[in-house]
Design a protein. Structure first.
Length: 195
């Protein structure tokens, strides 16, 4: 993240996103594939890191192999094979949604994962269990823990969509998009930008 000054002179925290160039590597139609979709690819990779099937697939669109390929379903499409989408696609947009994978935090306890306050002070014979979840089961009936019970476990590393982020600035020469606020994921991770 960084910050820029807005038009009214306020210092605004922004996230810099490299949004393109994305190449249309396949256009799917109802007649051939059973549904309409556009396949976009991003981030060049070396040809020696690709297998022959990938090299042949990208050669159809006259592009080099890419690291990230994603498909978007559409009703009708005006894109052709080999078209290049740049950050100028967002020229008339003010608000976008960003989808990404959040940072993984590993196995976490109930205090961090669910905001439990812990068992309490050093009473009832406890001296080292301040962050423990406490009792969580029912009595002899139903003799089980109900599904969905909040417990410790894997935290983060899930798909997250942050909606209604404001576009503060577009830098077309470097394909950069400056968005107000934060987005999911670590530095260098891949995102899907929707509008």
């Amino acid at each position: 993240m960084t910050s820029i000054f807005s038009e009214d002179g306020k210092n605004v925290a922004v996230t810099v996103i490299e949004a393109g160039p994305c190449v249309v590597t396949q256009v799917k139609t109802v007649e051939i594939d059973g549904y309409n979709a556009v396949q976009l690819s991003f981030d060049d990779k070396k040809e020696k890191s690709s297998n022959k099937a990938q090299i042949g697939h990208f050669k159809k669109s006259k592009s080099t192999p890419k690291r990230k390929v994603i498909e978007f379903r559409t009703e009708e499409t005006s894109y052709q094979l080999g078209d290049v989408l740049t950050v100028e696609t967002f020229q008339n947009q003010l608000w976008i949604d960003v989808v990404g994978t959040s940072k993984g935090k590993g196995f976490q306890g109930v205090v961090k994962r669910h905001g439990f306050s812990g068992v309490g002070g050093q009473t009832h014979g406890q001296h080292d269990r301040l962050r423990a979840p406490g009792s969580n089961g029912a009595s002899s009936y139903p003799s089980r823990v109900f599904p969905g019970q909040r417990m410790g476990g894997q935290m983060g590393n899930v798909q997250v969509k942050v909606q209604n982020l404001q576009i503060m600035k577009i830098v077309p020469e470097n394909n950069l998009l400056l968005v107000k606020g934060s987005i999911p994921g670590s530095n260098g991770s891949y995102l899907i930008i929707e509008y």
